[in-house]
Design a protein around this ligand. Sequence first.
Ligand SMILES: [Zn+2]
Length: 70
Amino acid sequence: MAPETPSGTAPTGRPCAICGKPAVQRFKPFCSARCADIDLGRWLKGGYVIPGEPVEDMAEPVPKRRDEEE
Ligand SMILES: [Zn+2]
């Protein structure tokens, strides 16, 4: 890979989180306000899956009671 440049032409060194273009300092970690907006929109719509959030969506069967009515 290319060696790191101290004060480089590379904006931030990290690709835009949305489109993969080189991000710029002003909008980092995005390349533009548009991409930042897209990301924000995704958050607001809940499009992101938050890692670590326990999903307890399994329908656990209720254990059968063993009291026999007689
Ligand atoms: Zn972008």
